[in-house]
Design a protein around this ligand. Sequence first.
Ligand code: MGD
Ligand code: MGD
Ligand code: SF4
Ligand code: MO
Length: 766
Amino acid sequence: MSERDRGGDGVDLTRRSLLQTAGAAAVATSLGGCLSGDESPAAGPNVDEETAYGTCWMCHHACGQKLTVRDGTAVDITGVDGHPRGSAGPGTEGTLCPKGQAELEKLYDPDRITQPYIREDGELREADWDEAFEYTARRLEEFADEHGSEKMLDAASWSTTNVHSYFWGNLYGTPERIGRGRHVCHGGSHVSGDLMGIGTSDIRFVDYQHSDYIIMWGRNVFEAFAGQWEAKQLLDAIDDGATLVTIDPQHTQTAEKADYWLPIEPRTDGALALAMGHVILEEELHDEEFIEEQTYGFDSYREAVEDKTPEWAAEITGIDADLIREIAIGFAEAAPAAGIAMWTGVGQYSEAQKASQNIFALHGLVGNIDRPGGLRMWQPPAMSLNPFAERGIDLPNNAADKTPALRKYDEYAGIPARHLSGIVHDLVPEMVDNGHIMGMFNHYDNPLNDGSTQAWLEAVETMDLVITIDAYWNDLTRNADVVFPEAIQLEKDTLINYAPLWSAYNDRTWVTASKAVHEPMGECKSGYQIYKGIAEEMGWGEYFPWENEAEYSDDMLANIDYSFEEVAAENYVLLDEYGYEQWEDRGFPTATGRFQFDLDQEHEYLQAAMEAGIETGPQWQPPGTWGHETDEEYPLHLYDTRSVFFTFSADQVLDHLTEQYARKHGLEAEDYRGNYLAINPADAEPRDIETGDMVTVETPTGSGELMAYVSERTRPGFATAEFGFGTGTGHEEGTNTMMLHDGQFDPISSQVDRHMPGEVRKNGGD
Ligand SMILES: Nc1nc2c(c(=O)[nH]1)N[C@H]1C(S)=C(S)[C@@H](COP(=O)(O)OP(=O)(O)OC[C@H]3O[C@@H](n4cnc5c(=O)[nH]c(N)nc54)[C@H](O)[C@@H]3O)O[C@H]1N2
Ligand SMILES: Nc1nc2c(c(=O)[nH]1)N[C@H]1C(S)=C(S)[C@@H](COP(=O)(O)OP(=O)(O)OC[C@H]3O[C@@H](n4cnc5c(=O)[nH]c(N)nc54)[C@H](O)[C@@H]3O)O[C@H]1N2
Ligand code: SF4
Ligand SMILES: [Mo]
C-alpha cells in the first residue's frame, strides 16, 4: 500500500490529461448545428474574429477563459495563462477542465429557459419582463401582508452578484437563509474551523507549492477541485517528491496518485485523528513553542488523546496500527511543511463536527498554520463587498429585529443546532407544515438536490410563493410561481461576488473579471438587472442606482483603485503581497485570540454542546451517535460523490458531459446516461450484479434505479453514486440519491447527513 503507483489504471495523469479530457475542438464538434448554422460563417479572410475573456462559472471557481468570437459567435474556448485559478502559477499554462470547456455548449443549449414565466390560473405561462416584475412585486407584497416577510426563505446560491442578500435581508426583511457552507456542504468542519480559528472553508487549502507531506482527508481533489490551480499544484508537489496520503473509503483518482491509501471505515475519522495526536505527543514531535504561545485549551487535548493508542484506533477505523504510527510520524516530521486538505468527506455526517475538530487539532499540535507548506491563511483583496456603503446609500436592515423561526418557536427547542445556525435544510419541510416558512426564493440553486428530497418536493408544492432565477426546467422551476431566465456568465459582465482567496499565488491578493462575450439568448437578463427590476416595482428604485453589473462592480473595486473595465481588460490582476505567520501580529480570529483546541469560550457552541451532551474539547464520537448504522436488512453503507464532469446538479443537462462521463466508465455504448452505483466485487458477486446491470438501491425510506459499475474503487461494504441526477433535477435519468434520504442531520451544525444504510438488488432478479 505504501508502494508509490502513480500510473493508476495505466493512465498517466498529467496536468493536461487530468484537466483536459476533451479538447475545445471536441466541444465545438459536439455543438454541431450551432456552429455550422446560417449565422456561423466558416472561417476565412473576411471573417471578423475577436478574442475575449470569460470568468468560468461552471463550478463557480472562476478560472480565466479565453474565447474566440467569430462574427458574433463564440467558436473556441480555452484557458488564460498564469491565471490565479486556472493555472499552476506565474508563467504556466491556463487550461479549462471539461466543465469549463462545456460552457460553450451551455451558451447555445436550446434547452435553456430564455423567457420569463408567471403562474396564472394554476399554469405557468410566458410573460414579458414588465408583467413578470409587476406580478412578482404584487405577490411579494401580498405575501408580506398575509404571512409576514420573515416567512420567505432565501435559498439563493451561486449568483455572480451578491445583491440578492441585500435584497432579501435588508429590504424584504427575511432572516431565513440557507447558505451553502454550513447547511448543505460541510457544516461540521465549517463550525469547527470557524471556532478553532482557521476559518470556515476560506483558508482550508494547503500551501501545496511548499509542502512535503499532504494528507487528502476525505477529499478527492483530482475530481473535485476548487479551481484547476489546486489539482495542478498538487500534481507539481508530488512530482517534486511530496508524500501524498489519502484517507478515504474509496480508492479515488486521488488515491491512485498517492503514496498511501487509508481505506478508512466511514465516519471513524475522529478516532484516527486522536490516535495520530497520541503518537505525535508520545514521540515528542509537537511544536511546544507554538502550543505555548498561540493556542488555547491544550490540556483538554492532551487528556483526550492520552489513551487513544493506534491499537485502539485500528479496531475502530480498520487501519493498521503501524500504518497509523507511520502516517502520524511522517506528517509531524515534515511539519510545518505538511498540510491536511479536507472538505466534504469529513463534513457530511452527524458526528462530523467533533471528527473535524479532532483533525484540525493536528494543525495546532504541529504548528503548521500559516507556515510554508502548511495550512495557508489566504488573504482577500481589499475590494468592498458592500457597494451600497461605497455609494453612501443608507440601506435599511429590515431583518435586523426578526428572529429565525428555529429560535423563535417551541417546536425546535430540542435542536442544538439552532444556537449555531439560522436554519436546518432538512427541517424546512416540517417548518412549511408548521406554517413557519411559506415561500422561497431560489437563484442558481436547487434544494431538491441537497437532502430529504421527497419531503422537499411536497414542501415546494405547499409553499404559497416560489420565485426562481434559473436556466433550466426541473421539479423546482416547474413548480415555481415566477421563473426568471438568467443570462449565463458569458452573456454578462462578471466580477465574482465574494473576495477571492485561495489561488496559485500563495503570497498575493488578486481579482478577476470579464465583460460579456455574447448577447444574452432570448430574453435572458443578468441577475443584477432582475433584482433591480423587481426592486423598482417594489418602490425601492433609490437603492439600485447602478445601471448594470459593471457599474455595481466599479463600486466593489473602488477600494483597490481599479475599475471594472480595467480588470476585465486584463482578465485578472495581482494585488498586494503578504507573508506567512500572520497570526504573529493579528492573533487568531477566536474569542481567545488563539488557536482553540477547546471550544468552551464560545457561548453559542457551549449551549449547543451542553444540549447535545458532548464535550467542548476533543472527543471520540462513534458512528451512530446520531446518524444511522447498517444492519442485516440494510448492510451496505451508501454515500454520494462527485465527478470531474459535473458540478452538483447544474450541468448534467449538457449531453457532451454525460457522454464523457459514460465513456470514462466504459459504458458509452449503453443507452443509459444516468449516474452509476459503484460497488465492490465482493458485494456485487453475491448479488449477481455486473457492470452495466440496472439495479435498485433501497434505504429504509426510499428506493431508486440506476446502473451498476462494479469496481475495486470502493471498499467492500461501501457503495457510492454521483449525485445531481434523477427526480427533482434537470436530468431525470438515474437516481437522485437524496430521494432515499430521511432527513438525518448533524445536530450541532445542522449539516445534511448523507451517509445512509442501504441494500442493492439486480433488477429482474429475486
Ligand atoms: N446529494 C448531495 N447534494 C449536495 C452535495 C452532496 O455532496 N450530495 N453537496 C453539496 C454542496 S458541497 C454544495 S456547495 C451545494 C450546492 O448545491 P446547490 O446550491 O443546490 O447548487 P446546484 O445543485 O448546482 O443548483 C443547480 C441549479 O442551478 C440551475 N442553473 C444551472 N445553470 C444556471 C445558470 O447559468 N444560471 C442560473 N441562474 N441557474 C442555473 C440548475 O438548473 C439548478 O436548478 O450542494 C450540496 N448538495
Ligand atoms: N467536479 C466538481 N468539482 C467540485 C464540485 C463539484 O460538484 N464537482 N463542488 C465543489 C464544492 S462546493 C465542494 S464543497 C468541493 C468538495 O470537494 P471534496 O470534499 O473533495 O468532494 P468529494 O469528491 O465528494 O470527496 C469527498 C470524499 O470523501 C469520501 N468520504 C465519504 N465518507 C467519508 C468518511 O466517512 N471519511 C472519509 N475520510 N472520507 C469519506 C468520499 O469517498 C469522497 O471521495 O468540490 C468543489 N469542486
Ligand atoms: S475548475 Fe473547471 S468548471 Fe471550475 S471554474 Fe475552473 S474551468 Fe470552470
Ligand atoms: Mo460545497
